[in-house]
Design a protein around this ligand. Sequence first.
Ligand SMILES: C[S@@+](CC[C@H](N)C(=O)[O-])C[C@H]1O[C@@H](n2cnc3c(N)ncnc32)[C@H](O)[C@@H]1O
Length: 271
Amino acid sequence: MALEWDAVSYEALADPMTRWGAAFLERLELRGDECVLDAGCGTGRVTELLLERLPGGRVLAVDASEAMVRAARERFAGEGRVRVERRDLLELEVGEPVDVVFSTATFHWIPDHARLFRRLAAALRPGGLLAAQCGGEGNILRVREATERVMRGERFRGFFEGWEENKEYAGVEVTKARLEAAGFERVRCWLHEEPTRFDSVGKLAGYLRTIILRGHVEALPEEERDPFAVAVAREMAAMDGPLLADYVRLNMLARKPERETATTGVSVQEG
Ligand SMILES: C[S@@+](CC[C@H](N)C(=O)[O-])C[C@H]1O[C@@H](n2cnc3c(N)ncnc32)[C@H](O)[C@@H]1O
């Protein structure tokens, strides 16, 4: 099962993810009556924007974190167009296939993309759309460099012995190949940069602890979590240039074929 999250802090800090989610949504052509799966909905900030695009549609919002699911359920209480379910996307099964799978800021937290894409393809109706954005190749290199230096330092070294980062910042070509292997066609993938500035070391440290270093702090006892995040933020402040997280996003658009050939299972386009 995936990590637990601090949903209250995430809700307060997720402005960058919400901004990118909004921009990604803007480029999607939706009729407005689709049934959309939001894969990794978090507290539902982006789900809410998705819902605005679906006046006659519905959203199935899923997330593996109990705290995130609770927060999303509170957000959409009384909203009949949204159902929130606690699910691991790697085990996903939906009763009714959806028209669109939408996801933001989630797939890099799930290392097994090949399996993830197979589960998402299975959840889509024939002809359905996958539209997703997550951390991609080259993501937060400066942050990772600073983090590694702090992890190697005397204070924290012992906690990280044998610890491995469980993230997948995939590139364009490997993602195209994985999506096609999962049965998708008309696959488009691209990377873009989203450098994100912070006003102060304190603000950056809070953001790192809740979001970017979410997995790292799990390896630490409670009393070392804030000091670790502060040490990484200070290390970043000591680097050349402005105080920023050098985000790179991987975007993907792909279609599930209208039908499969009965004999080979190879997908073909109708018409
Ligand atoms: C950074 S948050 C993104 C939330 C939201 N989509 C947004 O853009 O603000 C990543 C979310 O992915 C969820 N997640 C990670 N691994 C998952 C998995 N295997 N199955 C379902 N959700 C998962 C986490 O619980 C978390 O809520």
